[in-house]
Design a protein around this ligand. Sequence first.
Ligand code: HEM
Length: 395
Amino acid sequence: MMEEQQMSYGLLVRPRGLDETNSPYDWYKKMRKNSPVSFDPERNCWDIFCYEDVQMVLQNYKQFSSKRNGSVSTLLDLDPPTHRRYRNIVSQAFTPRAIQELAPRIQALTHELLASLQGKSKIDIVADIAYPLPVIVISEMLGVPSQHRDIFKKWSNIFVSGTRTLSPNVMNKLFAKQGKAILDLQTYFQQIIAKRRFDPKNDIVSTLITAEVDGEKLSIEELLSFCFLLLVAGIETTTNLITNTMLTLFGHPDILKQLYRDNSLIPAAIEEALRYRSPVHSMNRFVTEDMNLKGMELKKGQEVMAWIGSANRDENVFDNPDVFDINRSPNNYLSFGTGVHFCLGSQLAKLEAKICITEMLKALPDMKLDTTKKLSMIPSAFVYGFKELPVSVGL
Ligand code: HEM
């Protein structure tokens, strides 16, 4: 399952439009208007920009399959009916009740992180809070020591990073780097799994070891791919949700003030930040049969990138899509996907963001974005976030 390291171009290579500016939204708008279904020969991939098409591609697994050849195969890469059998195994760890039970622990962890910042006048929201919190939470859920979080960060950065250059040299280096990270991660989790086989605990790794699909226990490759997915899917994305929400609030000081006064508005702000600056901007699929979409001929086997970041700003679905409006209703963003692969961790991510931002506003009374530093984005074709978010705090 995980031995061959080969990734599709769509997820690995950033399209030209994304590279022109730090903000992809002008590019999305232009593409929605002029070329909503467009083929990029450089990446050998279709790009889809309008809400209705993105939604259709993500939901229609018969014509747009998640199966890819030879890549790191996880739940994300399976189609029904196999997909459902595997998803059921982990879904019990993510029921609304199971997630709500984590709230006191998430709160305690947030307090600890904030307490460690006492006395500082400048902090980096990414490194100090938004990254460590989800790492510790998912580590505890999986049952791995959270003090190893620096290695997790290194791995997750490698997995989401993309390139703009198509030179074989650069591509090979990136493949090699990702291959090495996967091997390291496998070795790491093999040890954890070996320990849990003899000494099961109340954690996801122990659940996975005893789980059965069609009467059979999971193979070591399947166990490893679950660990890989949960680690990668649950960290970078949640970090970016917290960071992107805070960045958006700094850009809307009146709303930030309102939130300082009334914490109960925080979940609405997070909902709108999910739409306005989605942590995940694209997901890929593969065409299963020749078809026509908006007059374009898609061929069997071709790759398709569904641009969630663009769908979330589609003027045909959202009024004033470029306005950050915490009272927006309805707000049917596609940031957690849609259909059978709908994000398993959406409730967890929102709970972490809510607790984290609420506690930050309580503990840090006068946060201001440090505008002297230019923010740099994570160089990725599918994750949207920032490497750091430096702020001064009025302590
Ligand atoms: C799937 C986004 C947090 C676990 C997905 C998908 C998206 C997404 C767009 C659908 C992929 C597709 O259609 O191919 C996000 C965002 C998050 C977040 C924006 C944070 C703001 C999390 C967390 C976890 C998680 C915290 C777990 C700890 C998963 C899993 C899947 C998934 C297991 C695969 C589900 C399946 O294939 O059935 N996520 N995610 N995610 N996410 Fe998340």
